[in-house]
Design a protein around this ligand. Structure first.
Ligand code: HEC
Length: 134
């Protein structure tokens, strides 16, 4: 046999042998189409309440039972937004919208003037929902 044919055979043997043992397509399972987990969506009003930080001070359900409050960071405490009687600046939709828009001067309740009017109203409506919890 000519040398060139010997080399050819050797290369052929190696490639054949290699592909038997290591070819991933032979040993691996075919890639299965994976199902995505179901999406967990948060309603928009609740999302706005959370994203804008209301939750961090007022708590998830507006009770004011937050670590911020427990640490006594707020000299006047945090009102329980579920309890209409605790509102000093009005508990109606328009009053709450005004509080959110303008904030309460000299307190940690800062103004949210950068929000769109529609967003403020959506958050205020959410606060009204919190009032129903109690
Ligand atoms: C950094 C903490 C902080 C954040 C963030 C915050 N608040 Fe407040 N909020 C306060 C404090 C403190 C008061 C009470 C101020 C005072 O002493 O009267 C207050 C008061 C209020 C009041 C008035 C209650 C009343 O007495 O009439 C409303 C309504 C309110 N917050 C809603 C919100 C909403 C909605 C958001 C998000 C858009 C928000 N707050 C974000 C700390 C915060």
């Amino acid at each position: 046999m000519k040398l060139i044919s010997k080399i050819f055979l050797l290369v052929f043997y190696i490639s054949l042998h290699g592909s038997c043992a290591n070819d991933p397509t032979e040993t691996q399972q075919p890639i299965q189409k994976q199902e995505l987990p179901p999406r967990i969506t948060v309603p928009r009003d609740e999302a706005l309440f959370r994203q804008n930080g209301c939750e961090s001070c007022h708590g998830k359900y507006g009770s004011g039972d937050t670590t911020e409050n427990a640490d006594r960071k707020f000299p006047n405490g945090i009102p329980d937004l579920r309890n209409k009687k605790e509102y000093k600046y009005g508990s109606s939709l328009s009053a709450i919208s005004k509080t959110i828009r303008n904030g309460i001067p000299n307190t940690q309740m800062r103004p949210y003037q950068h929000l769109k009017e529609e967003e403020i109203k959506t958050i205020a409506k959410y606060v009204l929902e919190l009032q129903k919890i109690r």
